[in-house]
Design a protein around this ligand. Structure first.
Ligand code: PMP
Length: 418
């Protein structure tokens, strides 16, 4: 699709991206004297004023610790904080708000499952199944619990296009597999994985499935019941909320069977020196004072996204993805890494003869923010035989004009390095 084609214009008219951009104060700034073109949303998203204001308002008017005080501020803070649990439960269609555990992000959520669910169940000879396209956050915690238990990792392959194919995955689902851990969407390739099909196969064999939803939540409607997985992790800062917020959702039966991970205040029922009894879920897993204002902000982010409508956002993003992919395919020497049929607007690429970091630095001087590097996915880089890629990752606040400006900047810097 071309920027000037009627369909892309129609998409922008329907969506009113300029009005949306007005909600994101940071997008109005310049970088190195050029208008900012922010193409690094898979790294962290920008925040709408509604989120920034809600955090500001919390500290100005409501600030108190949660669940520790009967005074008015304590009650207001607790209800503002706990409201986000309801919003998250609705956002992922969880059967119960109690199954939503607040974490600092996906990394903490996966570690919680690794140490509290997997480690006590693992023995020598057991395996954890991951895929070739995982982020380090969905590899390293499993390696750590494997080292402690004598279990090992198995890796499901992907094809050259960067797709996880169901059949080879299923072949690896042998009785030694005690848990499968798969990303919903690849942070490097943009690939959307067929989670429902994978979870059906896991369920048939009684193998629990953890899904890393970090990169899916900003783009797709998440329905943990329809997905049929056992664990779903996501991170708030990629979902237009504050950093230091995230969630683990898990089936109640798993959460009830898991011992606490962190011990401390707020997660107990009664503490005696002879022994401690623990609070019910979700609080059993939430020791200490949490990121209260952050979760209030995350609630505002969910309201914001719901207010626009995920389907509407996704329609605009898919139009941006087609436009960017087609334009980039015409750039001499440019190779896109990740050509899955089902993708979110994340485009990794290389330019022949130019180093990714050099290109990213020159693009920065043009006002264009893209990420360069291994994207916390060393094994995926090894699969493609590259040390690093450039990655342009888009969000619903990006425009077709920005894609054209990015391509023009790329052409200038490409010539400089040629
Ligand atoms: N998984 C994926 C696919 C990611 O993209 C990221 C963030 N880059 C993470 C996990 C880790 O998220 P966080 O750092 O917010 O815990």
């Amino acid at each position: 699709m071309n920027a000037s084609s009627p369909s892309s214009k129609g998409d922008q008219d329907a969506f009113d991206v300029e009005r949306i951009r007005g909600d994101f104060p940071l997008l109005a700034r310049t970088v190195h004297g050029k208008p900012l073109i922010y193409l690094d949303s898979a790294n962290t998203s920008q925040k709408p004023a509604a989120v920034i204001d809600s955090v500001d308002r919390f500290y100005r008017h409501t600030n108190a610790n949660v669940a520790r005080a009967v005074h008015a501020l304590g009650e207001e803070a607790t209800s503002a904080y706990e409201a986000t649990r309801d919003k998250l439960a609705r956002f992922i269609n969880a059967p119960s708000r109690d199954e939503v555990i607040f974490t600092s992000g996906t990394t903490q959520a996966i570690n919680l499952v690794a140490y509290s669910y997997a480690l006590p169940r693992l023995q020598p000879g057991d395996t954890i199944l991951v895929t070739q396209m995982e982020h380090h956050a969905n590899i390293v915690p499993w390696q750590l619990v494997c080292e402690r238990s004598g279990a090992t990792l198995k890796v499901a392959p992907i094809n050259e296009a960067g797709e996880l194919i169901v059949d080879p995955f299923v072949e690896l689902l042998t009785p030694d597999v005690k848990l499968a851990a798969v990303t919903h969407v690849s942070n490097v390739l943009g690939t959307i994985n067929p989670i429902s099909a994978l979870s059906r196969e896991c369920r048939k064999r009684g193998i629990p499935l953890l899904v890393d939803g970090s990169q899916a939540a900003p783009h797709l409607r998440i329905d943990v019941r329809a997905l049929g997985c056992d664990f779903y992790a996501l991170t708030g800062h990629k979902l237009f909320g504050p950093t230091g917020t995230g969630m683990l959702w898990a089936k109640r039966e798993h959460l009830n069977a898991m011992p606490p991970f962190f011990g401390g205040g707020e997660m107990i029922r009664e503490v005696k020196f002879e022994g401690t009894t623990f609070a019910d879920i979700p609080h059993k897993f939430e020791a200490g004072t949490p990121n209260i204002a952050g979760f209030v902000g995350l609630g505002a982010a969910l309201d914001y996204v719901n207010g626009i409508g995920l389907e509407k956002l996704a329609g605009h993003e898919q139009a941006l993805l087609s436009h960017a992919t087609e334009s980039m395919s015409n750039v001499p020497g440019l190779r896109i890494i990740g050509e899955a049929v089902e993708k979110v607007p994340v485009i990794s690429f290389l330019i022949e003869g130019a180093h990714a970091h050099d290109l990213a630095t020159l693009l920065d001087h043009e006002g264009v923010a893209v990420r360069s590097g291994h994207h916390c996915a060393h094994p995926l880089m090894q699969f493609y035989g590259v040390a690093a890629t450039l990655r342009a990752s888009l969000a619903f606040y990006n425009t077709h004009e920005e894609i054209d400006a990015f391509l023009a900047a790329l052409e200038r810097v490409r010539k400089l390095l040629a």
